[in-house]
Design a protein around this ligand. Structure first.
Ligand SMILES: Cc1cc2nc3c(=O)[nH]c(=O)nc-3n(C[C@H](O)[C@H](O)[C@H](O)COP(=O)(O)O)c2cc1C
Length: 339
């Protein structure tokens, strides 16, 4: 079937360097966000979900990394997302890794990135969100803030660094995510080890009062490592798991396309699905499933496997904003996913 995005717009967008076109698109969405065009949308009660104490108008969210600085929230909400997760933000502003650092793999419907948490820092984000929250443009959807470790801070000071970000931002987000799973900050993923994760979760939980704190995990963990995380997460007051981040396993794409960084999109689909199913058999924690959801079938499979919510990144790039409405329509038609 003809798709204006996939058949006309995407071929043009894909002529431009991936990071450049991302910047242009985000800039356009940010300009759109500053206009009084985006009022609060009519809500479809059939798609509404209550998860970790928040109300989501629909269960299809935008994953972290698209709007790292939180500059386009109203426009992203207007596209139909039921939640937007901004960040990853770090305590200090940082430039990220040298460019080029973002690559498309169109034949596999995938992206590889090694951006390395390029962002303007927690204080700048807090200022922006404070202004936005006081304006009529703040959207009627939950806004999550994904927090990572500043690159210059050694791992042994990670707790203090996450705490600093959380203190600047805790008034401004509806939920918070500890990102301990990006492959692009050296050593970050070792924070998933029980000895590091326990104190990190417990300390940060105390900073947040009642607001939900989630953990975003890597797809490259062993089942034993997933078990260890689940064992620690629940008693530490973690409200849910986001599974998963990008993978360092590039075996699903042609050798010539492999380059350092995290792989997302279709090659991640099966692993992300497996991890969702595994967590759902082991824990009662809500799960936001993300990774390789590229169409309606993928999305419905996640809900069938028990996902409480889903998020998109690469599917949004390859299919365009229309994918949000397609998934919502399919969910409406198959009411069983919302019993
Ligand atoms: C270009 C790019 C940048 C990303 N940046 C972040 C980030 O800053 N923080 C984060 O937690 N995840 C980040 N991610 C991971 C996504 O949020 C998501 O977990 C992953 O891409 C799997 O979903 P997908 O297959 O739908 O893309 C990024 C992904 C991409 C493609």
């Amino acid at each position: 079937m003809f798709s204006a995005y996939e058949d006309l717009l995407r071929p043009l967008l894909f002529l431009v360097d991936p990071e450049k076109i991302h910047e242009y698109t985000l800039h356009a969405l940010s300009v759109g966000s500053s206009l009084p065009l985006f009022g609060r949308k009519a809500q479809d009660l059939q798609l509404r979900r209550e998860v970790f104490g928040l109300s989501f108008p629909n269960p299809v969210g935008l994953a972290a990394g698209f709007d790292k600085n939180g500059i386009a929230i109203p426009a992203l909400a207007a596209l139909g997302f039921g939640s937007v997760e901004i960040g990853t933000v770090t305590a200090s502003a940082q430039p990220g890794n040298p460019k080029p650092r973002m690559f498309r793999v169109p034949e596999a419907e995938a992206i590889i990135n090694r951006l390395g948490f390029n962002n303007r820092g927690a204080a700048a984000m807090a200022e922006r969100l404070q202004t936005l929250r006081q304006s009529p443009r703040w959207p009627a959807i939950p806004v999550g803030i994904n927090i990572g470790k500043s690159r210059v801070v050694p791992l042994e000071n990670a707790v203090e660094d996450y705490r600093k970000s959380l203190r600047s931002l805790r008034e401004h987000g509806d939920y918070f995510v500890l990102n301990v799973s990006s492959p692009n900050t050296p050593g970050l993923r070792s924070l998933q080890d029980p000895a590091a994760l326990g104190p990190l979760c417990a300390t940060l939980r105390l900073e947040l009062a009642q607001k939900p704190l989630l953990l975003k995990i890597a797809p490259d963990l062993t089942w034993k490592e997933v078990d260890d995380i689940l064992r620690i997460a629940e008693p530490s007051g973690i409200s849910g798991i986001i599974a998963t981040n990008t993978t360092i396993d590039h075996s699903n794409i042609p050798t010539s396309r492999r380059t350092e960084g995290g792989l997302s999109g279709t090659p991640l689909r099966d692993r992300s699905y497996e991890i969702l199913k595994y967590i759902k058999t082991r824990s009662r924690l809500p799960v936001i499933s993300v990774g390789g959801i590229m169409n309606v079938t993928d999305a419905l499979a996640r809900f069938d496997a028990g996902a409480d919510l889903i998020q998109l990144y690469t599917g949004f790039i390859y299919r365009g904003p229309g994918i949000i409405g397609q998934i919502c329509r399919a969910l409406r038609e198959s009411g069983e996913h919302f019993s």
